[in-house]
Design a protein around this ligand. Structure first.
Ligand SMILES: *[C@@H]1O[C@H](CO)[C@@H](O)[C@H](O)[C@H]1NC(C)=O
Ligand SMILES: *[C@@H]1O[C@H](CO)[C@@H](O)[C@H](O)[C@H]1NC(C)=O
Ligand SMILES: *[C@@H]1O[C@H](CO)[C@@H](O)[C@H](O)[C@H]1NC(C)=O
Length: 467
C-alpha cells in the first residue's frame, strides 16, 4: 500500500513538477502544441488565463484567440476559444487579430489582487459592468487599417462578444498592450502614427474606448509593449520595429505614466537580440518579474516558441532578463529557481568528417566546433544521464540572419532536429533546448550527423536533470 502510494505520487509529480524551458515546444495538458502567441495573461482567483494568437495555420490571418488555464504558470489546459472569426467584420478569417490583452475582471477578484500586489496583472475591474474586456490589434491583411478591437465576456475565457474595431482618438494603433494601474485606471499602450510614435492613452470607465492621450514618445518606433509597476515605478518594456526578426528589447522607467520617461536601456545583452525574442507580456513575481516573449519563426508561424525568463531589478532599479535554460517558479513565495546542469565542451568531443575546431574568446574555453553538417560531426562520449528524458541545452553560434539546425542522436538512436535561430553573430552564443532520452550513467551524443546543411558552430552543451 505504502509503495503503491509512493508510485502514484511520483507519477503525479512527473506530470506537474514543471520547469519552464524557453524555446522548447510547449505542450498543453492534452499533448497539443500551445498556440497562444503574442500572449496576454489574466489572473482570476488562483487561476491564470493565457490568451494568445492561435497560429496553427502558419498564417498571419485570424484563426482564433485561444485561452489556456493554469494554476502554476507551467501546466496549461486549453479551453474553448476566447474569440473566433466572424465573416464580414474586421475579425474575419481575412483579417489580422494580434496581441489579445487586458481583460477586465470583477470586483471581488480585483480586491484580492490588490491585497496581493506581487501578482498584479493587467486585470481591471468595472463595478458597473462586471465583465471581462479584451483589447487586441485589429487590422487588415496588409496591416493598413491599424486599429484596436474590443470584445467583452461574462467569464474569463469567454467566448467574447466582439464590439468593434476603431482607431483610438482617430490615430493608428498597431502593436498594443493594456496596463491597469493600482487605482483602477486602465491604459492602452500602442504603436501609433505608422509605428513612429509610441502613445499611452487612458481608457474610459467602461474600458471600451480611449478618452485622452497621457503620454507620447515621438519617434520612439516601439512595438510589443508591456508595463510592470514596481515600487511605484512604471517599467515600460518594448521592442523596436524589425518585422518578425527580433531586436534588443528595451526598458524605459518613469514615476508617472505621463512621463518623463528615462532613456532606453537594454533588458538583455544587445548582441543576442533579447535571446532571439520579442516582448509580449511582463508581470511581477515577488520582488522579481517574468518576461514573456515570442520567438517568431516567420516561415512557420505556428512553430514560433515562447521565451519566458525571470526578470531581476538591479540596485539602480532597472530590470534585466536572467538567462536560464531551465527554471521554475514558486508562486506562493514569489521566487524563481534557475536549474543548474553539467557542461560538456564541444572541443572535448571527437570531431568527425569536415568538422573543425574554431577559436574565439567568446567561446567557452576559447574553442567551439564548426563546419558541422555536410559530413561534419562531433561526438560527446560519457555524457552522464539519470535514466530519463532530460533537457539538454545546445550553446551555439549562427552568424547567418536565417535559421540553421542540427541533428542530435543519443546512443545510436534516431536523429532529432533542433532549430538554431540566428544567434546575432558568428561569435555570439545562444542556447536552444532539446529533450533527449538519456540512460543512467554514460551516454554518447552525436551532433549534425546525416544533415545536408551546416549547423551552428557548437560551443558546449549543458545537461539538466530538472524536469
Ligand atoms: C489614477 O491615477 C492617475 C494618475 O494620478 C490619475 O490620472 C487617474 O485619474 C486616477 N484614476 C482614478 C480612477 O482615480
Ligand atoms: C471613442 O471616443 C471618441 C471620442 O473621443 C468617439 O468619437 C468614438 O466614436 C468612440 N468610439 C467608440 C467605438 O465608441
Ligand atoms: C535546416 O536548415 C537548413 C538551412 O541551413 C534548411 O534548408 C532546412 O530546411 C532546415 N531543416 C529543417 C527541418 O528545419
Amino acid at each position: 500500500m505504502a509503495t503503491w502510494l509512493i508510485y502514484v505520487l511520483s507519477a503525479i509529480a512527473l506530470v506537474h513538477a514543471a520547469v519552464i524551458v524557453p524555446g522548447a515546444t510547449w505542450l498543453d495538458t492534452s499533448g497539443n502544441v500551445i498556440q497562444a502567441h503574442g500572449a496576454g495573461i489574466l489572473k482570476v482567483g488562483s487561476t491564470y488565463y493565457w490568451f494568445g494568437e492561435d497560429k496553427v495555420l502558419d498564417s498571419t490571418l485570424f484563426h482564433a484567440v485561444s485561452c489556456y488555464t493554469s494554476t502554476d504558470l507551467t501546466t496549461w489546459a486549453r479551453q474553448s476559444n476566447a474569440l473566433s472569426p466572424i465573416s464580414g467584420t474586421m475579425i474575419s478569417t481575412s483579417n489580422v487579430v494580434e496581441r489579445p490583452k487586458g481583460t477586465i475582471q470583477n470586483l471581488q477578484a480585483h480586491q484580492s489582487l490588490t491585497l496581493a500586489p506581487c501578482l498584479r496583472l493587467p486585470v481591471i475591474f468595472n463595478t458597473k459592468n462586471q465583465e471581462y474586456v479584451m483589447w487586441f490589434h485589429s487590422d487588415t491583411s496588409n496591416y493598413g487599417a491599424a486599429m484596436v478591437g474590443v470584445a467583452t465576456a461574462t467569464t474569463p475565457c469567454g467566448p467574447f462578444t466582439y464590439k468593434g474595431s476603431f482607431k483610438p482618438l482617430g490615430a493608428d494603433s498597431r502593436d498594443e498592450g493594456i496596463f491597469l494601474d493600482d487605482n483602477g485606471s486602465a491604459y492602452l499602450l500602442y504603436a501609433s502614427d505608422n509605428n513612429q510614435n509610441f502613445k499611452i492613452s487612458l481608457l474610459d470607465t467602461n474600458y471600451y474606448n480611449v478618452t485622452q492621450q497621457v503620454s507620447i514618445m515621438n519617434g520612439a518606433t516601439l512595438e510589443a509593449p508591456g508595463i510592470v509597476k514596481r515600487n511605484g515605478v512604471y517599467n515600460l518594456i518594448a521592442s523596436h520595429t524589425s518585422g518578425w526578426d527580433p531586436n534588443p528589447n528595451k526598458v524605459f522607467t518613469a514615476t508617472s505614466l505621463a512621463g518623463p520617461w528615462s532613456a532606453q536601456v537594454d533588458i538583455a545583452p544587445s548582441t543576442t537580440n533579447t535571446y532571439y525574442s520579442q516582448n509580449a507580456f511582463d508581470m511581477l513575481l515577488g520582488t522579481n518579474g517574468i518576461y514573456m516573449g515570442d520567438r517568431w519563426k516567420s516561415d512557420q508561424l505556428g512553430s514560433s516558441t515562447y521565451i519566458w525568463y525571470p526578470l531581476t531589478w538591479s540596485s539602480s532599479g532597472l530590470p534585466t532578463i536572467v538567462h536560464a535554460d531551465v527554471w521554475s517558479v514558486n508562486l506562493a513565495a514569489g521566487t524563481f529557481t534557475a536549474a543548474t546542469g553539467t557542461s560538456y565542451e564541444a572541443e572535448s568531443g571527437t570531431l568527425g568528417g569536415s568538422a573543425e575546431l574554431l577559436s574565439d574568446s567568446s567561446f567557452s574555453g576559447g574553442k567551439a566546433v564548426g563546419f558541422l553538417g555536410n559530413g561534419g560531426t562531433v561526438t560527446f562520449n560519457n555524457v552522464v544521464g539519470i535514466g530519463q528524458a532530460q533537457w539538454v541545452s545546445l550553446y551555439y553560434a549562427n552568424g547567418d540572419s536565417t535559421w540553421r539546425n542540427t541533428t542530435v542522436s543519443a546512443n545510436g538512436g534516431a536523429n532529432v532536429i533542433v532549430q538554431q535561430p540566428s544567434s546575432g553573430g558568428g561569435h555570439v552564443i545562444q542556447s536552444v533546448p532539446v529533450k533527449v532520452n538519456l540512460k543512467s550513467g554514460a551516454n554518447t551524443l552525436v551532433f549534425s550527423s546525416g544533415q545536408a546543411s551546416f549547423a551552428g558552430d557548437l560551443d558546449k552543451i549543458i545537461v539538466y536533470t530538472a524536469t
